[in-house]
Design a protein around this ligand. Structure first.
Ligand code: GTP
Ligand code: MG
Length: 472
């Protein structure tokens, strides 16, 4: 097969060789890495025809792999008729060029591969803007053919950039135009996102918001569809979801929350992508409660959890309480395997979005969070405050009622978070004849003293991940 110029970085329909090096200090096994890199390559439409590995303390500066391995790589590409070689690492443009020259094959690094998948999946205007920004920043400077070509085009005016991905008419665009395009895209994206920031802020006042987060393909959208009226695209492919979807989740007894589903994470998510998808991710991570979804049947579950925690740290979602969900538990058939999971993650909810196992436990846990610690109190409120009265009648446990000329009086069991929601409906609320702020301080313990069995404190999750990753 002849050498294709690096004019486009798609891997659709191409025969691919995968390369992963074990470098000093890397703890993730080669099996796990190849499993994931294969899934990424297949998600991008590539066909895997070979693998190559090397153990090194550090990558070789010029060509990343050693000289002998480079020859091996070229021979393997020839014997398997591969047209593209995909590295599970990020490479410098110079390394890419040197390896391409030595192997006469197109070289794709890990970030380029992920960007390629995002580019083929982006279906909303916002996602397309976000992917294009990340591509302009990461991929375009690496299209050597483009800059080579530009070296020869001195007179002709470059044409505008398209949105079809790198390698088409973009070859004729100069850096200045790319910068101009970037500026325009960022402006469009910002305008779009300001709207959504306002919507999120409003939603957080009116409802308790809960966000599903986790590794790509862990089953977030499937869980979302099970818990709400649905509508999320769930599919056995990486990065099926690229935008955030929010629906009401009925938790019983008039209690509900707004649940959101969003983009999944992956190890070493390119930071340009994280940057341009930040606001999509933030819609979820601004939620008051996070449900961290892990694929319990995946060998890399512990590493996936670690990646999710790192990504949450990166985007500043460090404060919210979290519930750990071990999804796809139906695929863990052996009782002994389940017991191992229970001992490793005692606080987690074992769940199957497919068979519905564990859904009740999850709903009851989240309901407890949404309501907050419950106290029995006397409420007094203006009878004319219809929304507030309605809230009390429908969402709290009413033990007794009374009225005087202008006020409705109730004896109720009510949760702390419900009191905050009730306050947003006005009506001059008094609790045990006290102003709400004074009553809340007196009646409800501080957050640190609250005990909710499934809410895993942040430090505990970290310990769990470390335990799981200790080499045996
Ligand atoms: N057996 C089994 N399969 C599941 C379960 N939950 C999800 N799946 C399957 O896992 C695949 C991925 O599910 P999605 O819901 O799209 O995963 P996601 O986390 O939203 O993935 P991204 O949007 O790519 O981040 C689909 O084929 C689902 O049918 C489960 O509980 N059991
Ligand atoms: Mg999804």
């Amino acid at each position: 097969m002849g050498y294709q110029k690096r004019e486009d970085l798609n891997v659709v329909s191409e025969r691919a060789i995968l390369v992963a090096l074990t470098l000093l200090g890397e703890r993730i096994s080669l099996d796990e890495r190849f499993a994931e890199l294969s899934a990424l390559t297949e998600s991008a439409g590539g066909q895997i025809v070979g693998h190559l590995t090397q153990k090194r303390r550090l990558p070789r500066g010029r060509t990343f792999v050693g000289k002998g391995k480079l020859d091996e790589l070229r021979d393997l590409a020839e014997s398997t008729d591969a047209s593209v070689i995909i590295f599970d690492h990020d490479l410098t443009p110079a390394q890419i060029q040197n390896i391409e020259e030595a192997t006469e094959r197109k070289i794709i690094d890990r970030s380029e591969l992920i960007l390629d998948i995002f580019s083929s999946r982006a279906s909303t205007v916002e996602a397309r803007l976000q992917v294009e920004i990340a591509q302009l920043e990461y991929t375009y400077p690496r299209l050597r053919a483009m800059w080579d070509h530009l070296g020869q085009v001195t007179g002709g005016a470059p044409v505008g950039i398209g949105t079809r991905g790198p390698g088409e008419q973009q070859l004729e665009i100069d850096r200045r135009l790319v910068q101009r395009r970037l500026k325009q895209l960022r402006r469009d994206l910002e305008a779009m996102q300001q709207r959504s920031v306002r919507e999120v802020a409003k939603r957080n006042i009116d409802h308790v918001t809960v966000g599903l987060v986790g590794y790509t393909n862990a089953g977030k959208s499937t869980i979302f569809n099970t818990l709400t009226s649905g509508g999320a695209w769930a599919h056995d492919q990486l990065f099926a979801t690229l935008s955030t979807r929010i629906e009401r989740w009925e938790l019983g007894g008039g209690v509900g929350a707004m649940l959101s589903d969003t983009v999944g994470f992956v190890r070493k998510l390119p930071h340009h992508l994280v940057a341009s998808f930040r606001s999509t991710l933030e819609e979820t991570v601004n939620c008051q409660l996070l449900l961290i979804v892990v694929d319990a049947a995946d060998l890399s579950a512990a590493h996936q959890l670690q990646t999710v925690e790192r990504t949450l740290d990166d985007i500043g979602a460090t404060e919210q309480p979290r519930i750990l969900i071990l999804n796809k538990i139906d695929k863990v058939k052996e009782l002994s395997d389940r017991l191992v999971l229970t001992s490793l993650y005692p606080e987690a909810i074992q769940l199957s979005a497919t068979t519905q196992e564990g859904i009740d436990a999850l709903e009851s846990e989240v309901r407890g969070f949404v309501v907050g610690p419950i106290c029995e109190v006397a409420l007094s409120i203006d009878t004319s405050a219809g929304k507030a009265v309605d809230f009390i009648e429908k969402r709290t446990e009413v033990l007794g009622r009374d009225w005087d000329r202008t006020r409705s009086l109730y004896r109720v069991k009510i949760g702390e978070r419900q009191v905050h929601q009730l306050l947003s409906h006005g009506g001059g609320l008094l609790i045990n004849d006290l102003k709400p702020a004074d009553a809340i301080e007196k009646l409800w313990p501080s957050v640190e003293d609250q005990d909710a069995s499934c809410l895993v404190p942040l430090h505990r999750l970290h310990t769990l991940t470390d335990e799981r990753n200790e080499p045996s």
